[in-house]
Design a protein around this ligand. Structure first.
Ligand code: GDD
Ligand code: MN
Length: 389
């Protein structure tokens, strides 16, 4: 329907009217008392102009800075503040708010007015036109950030977005301003609210292939302080790892396994150089030590990262299992190399060796993934991303 995107309150089919008529705006807050009066005022205008059935849920982590009083003073029955005292944090607050919300449409935004409430009708229209998930985006035509954004903050934001690229093709998945249907939220299982990037978590866990983006101007906060710390940014890397595992399953284990294998080559060569050049250790001993140490470091890294879901099982058993798998893998490598070489004697031996290495590594990976580091509970199979790190 062409009119859907033009008018803020479109006339969609009967079906979508009943499905998407009420709106809940969820705002996580910590020490935002100064911003709440303006936020409520601007939302009231949007509510009024669009004749929206809109409720506001402010999810406050016990700021004790006059936030509760500020909401009371505003005297708007559709705006409520919920003081949380347990499980604090931005993402848990957002998830709690989304669970408590009653609207068919859920919208999440910041309290500091970086996200313009005036864009809400456009985002609703986009949902009604069929988009499953709508981001308020800085990085689509028409979107922008304040000039005051330093090069560092811009670069930081761009790098974070790039790392999320294999998970979604949205231009601004780092945005904390988004809209979705409550029924989609209800079927998202295994949500793991770590870190700041709750929109990315929802896009991946709800498996939204198509994400719509409404351009916004991201204004710098004028009052209060930002809470985005270096610690939050480190948590982001951990969050990304879990989402990759969720989305790509065994493929993401393979990528990690190969990365660990590459690090093992470096360990092997460094030990060899150290022992033979600096310490003049006899060569057979140096080679044996290099192999042993690289195998041990591969084992530790694989246990810590690649197959972290199996970390609660016996380390001794796993270590011997891993060494056995590597030894059999070496045998597979040898046999494959010799077979390929005798089948195609005209090819250089190196080509046969590469085939042997691939077969040996393939064997190592499968044996590690499904035997040595097998997951024992079905829960771990279902949601490898949600095992405790
Ligand atoms: N309940 C609760 N608990 N709310 C919190 C917490 C917390 O621990 N920490 C922050 N908030 C609230 C803030 O009060 C604000 O409303 C919102 O979360 C965003 O926090 P800011 O401190 O303003 O974050 P920012 O400006 O650095 O980050 C913004 O930009 C990012 C992209 O650059 C946010 O929009 C992020 O969502 C976004 O990812
Ligand atoms: Mn902010």
């Amino acid at each position: 329907m062409p009119s859907t995107l033009i008018h803020p309150a479109p006339a969609p089919s009967m079906e979508t009217v009943t499905a998407l008529s009420s709106v809940s705006v969820i705002v996580p807050t910590y020490r935002e008392a100064e911003n709440l009066p303006t936020l409520i005022e601007r939302l009231e205008k949007v509510r009024h102009a669009g004749e929206l059935d809109l409720e506001l849920l402010i999810m406050d982590d016990d700021s004790d800075d006059g936030s509760v009083e500020a909401v009371e003073r505003a005297k708007q029955s559709w705006a409520t503040i919920h003081v949380r005292t347990t499980n604090r944090g931005l993402s848990p607050a957002v998830i709690d708010g989304m669970r408590a919300a009653t609207g068919d449409i859920l919208i999440v935004m910041d309290a500091d007015l970086s996200h313009p409430p005036e864009k809400i009708p456009e985002m609703i229209a986009s949902l009604r036109a069929g988009a499953p998930f709508v981001l308020g985006s800085r990085y689509v035509p028409g979107g922008s950030t304040d000039a005051a954004w330093g090069v560092f903050r811009w670069l930081n934001s761009k790098a974070a977005t790039l790392l999320a690229r294999p998970l979604t093709n949205a231009k601004d998945p780092m945005s904390g301003f988004f809209a979705m249907r409550r029924e989609d939220f209800n079927r998202a299982d295994g949500l793991n609210p770590i870190g700041y990037k709750i929109a990315l978590e929802l896009i991946v866990k709800c498996r939204f292939d198509h994400v719509a983006e409404t351009p916004i101007h991201f204004a710098d906060r004028e009052l209060g302080q930002s809470k985005l710390s270096l610690k939050e940014q480190l948590k982001y890397i951990q969050h990304l790892r879990r989402l990759y595992i969720f989305k790509f399953g065994t493929w993401s284990h393979l990528v990690q396994f190969l990365a660990v294998g590459a690090s093992g080559v470096l360990v092997n060569l460094s030990v060899l150089m150290l022992l033979t050049r600096l310490l003049t250790t006899p060569k057979p001993l140096a080679v044996a030590a290099a192999i042993t140490l690289s195998m041990a470091s591969n084992f530790m890294l694989n246990r810590r990262f690649t197959f972290s879901y199996a970390r609660d099982q016996s380390i001794v058993k796993q270590f011997f299992g891993f060494c056995t798998a590597c030894s059999i893998g070496a045998g597979v490598n040898f046999i494959t190399t010799m077979l390929v070489h005798s089948a195609a004697p005209d090819l250089p031996l190196e080509v046969a060796a590469i085939a042997g290495i691939a077969a040996g590594m393939g064997f190592n990976f499968l044996a590690s993934r499904f035997v040595v580091f097998r997951s024992q509970s079905t829960a771990a199979h279902k949601q490898p991303s949600d095992t405790p790190q």
